[in-house]
Design a protein around this ligand. Structure first.
Ligand code: GZL
Ligand code: ZN
Length: 337
């Protein structure tokens, strides 16, 4: 990275001003809860180009704020591009980062495939790429330097393990409705796969329906309206929802029926945003599997190591918890999202 530094810093300053103007079009400026009198030490002028999916859930918003907060404290400039849920906007933003010769590109791949070409361009430009949160499918692992995020397959396993434990002494069958996250994303694939991997060990459990909810609360509501027909028996015993937003949307409808959430219908959700933890405390959800959005600090640590020419781990999975109805819920700290 040093040899690039020699290029005219004046040129770079002009380019950065242009980049900010260009990115502003894609950028929603989040006001991070910065402590105004904290003076960030500009860390030898590292500039990150960050392509984020959008703002589809409380989890995503927290993920963005975590990146902005950590960059601020690390004295690293973060150029943020909001792709508004479109892969082509992410590819455009990454290309603009390459043109402006950022030091590092960080991005959340909304779906697993379709990244090889643009990542090849970044590689040829000598710009390291850090993938966060979601994974890509590629045959060429040299196209990215590091992945930092959750093990989504393990999250799916944890959801199933809760069910095996909850029904460990019951001899009856259970019908499951699964509401999946964004089609083609590594998260939805991982959570589905992990969930099925554990459940297939127990014949009592059958996934009788699986719907795409795209991680949206509105879709959770629509799916509930489809299945929870008036005066009809509940068509399943368990709901496994890939994120809290969709779970909360489903609950919005469920609470207008005489079905008792977490009793007549067992509910397992993923993310652990505050609203879901509150629903767990209120006895409306049985289990919330944590998916940690606060990736900012490990990302900035990795960027600094790269700027010092150090090698970084290829894959870093963030440790995560599982919150259940059996826990002492008063001990849970506020989630911050
Ligand atoms: C998971 C993340 C998912 C969250 C959703 O790592 O990619 O996207 O579970 C978010 O809430 O929309
Ligand atoms: Zn701060």
């Amino acid at each position: 990275m040093d040899n690039k530094k020699n290029k005219g810093t004046k040129m770079k300053k002009i380019k950065i001003i242009h980049l900010f103007a260009f990115l502003f079009f894609f950028t929603l400026i989040f006001s991070c809860t910065k402590n105004q009198n904290e003076k960030p030490n500009i860390n030898n002028n590292i500039i990150i180009g960050f392509s984020q999916i959008g703002a589809e859930s409380a989890w995503r918003t927290c993920n963005t704020q975590s990146m902005q907060e950590a960059a601020y404290h690390a004295g690293i400039q973060l150029l943020y591009a909001n792709a508004e849920q479109k892969q082509e906007n992410q590819i455009k933003a990454i290309r603009s980062f390459i043109v402006y010769q950022v030091d590092v590109i960080v991005f959340v791949p909304i779906v697993q495939s379709g990244w090889d070409n643009v990542l090849q361009e970044a590689k040829e430009a000598g710009i390291p790429v850090i993938i966060i949160d979601r994974k890509i499918k590629t045959t060429d692992e040299s196209l990215f330097t590091a992945f930092i995020g959750s093990d989504h397959i393990e999250e799916g396993r944890n959801a199933a393990r809760f069910l095996l434990k909850k029904f460990n002494d019951e001899q009856r069958n259970y019908r499951i409705l699964e509401i999946r996250g964004t089609e083609g994303s590594s998260v939805a694939a991982g959570r589905s796969a992990g969930f099925r991997q554990i459940l297939k060990t127990d014949k009592r459990f059958t996934i009788t329906a699986s719907e795409n909810g795209d991680f949206l609360r509105s879709r959770g509501k629509e799916i509930a309206e489809t299945y929870l027909k008036k005066d009809k028996d509940l068509p399943f015993d368990i709901l496994f929802s890939h994120n809290d937003g969709m779970t909360l949307g489903f609950l919005d409808v469920l609470e207008k029926t005489d079905i008792k959430p977490a009793q007549d219908l067992i509910i397992v959700s993923v993310d652990a945003e505050q609203a879901a933890i509150d629903a767990l405390k209120d006895g409306k959800i049985n289990c919330v599997v944590e998916c940690n959005p606060k990736l900012g600090n490990p990302v900035m640590k990795t960027v600094k190591m790269l700027s010092e020419g150090k090698t970084v781990p290829k894959i870093t999975h963030i440790p995560e918890n599982v919150f259940t109805e059996w826990d002492d819920l008063s001990l849970f700290p506020l989630r911050g999202y």
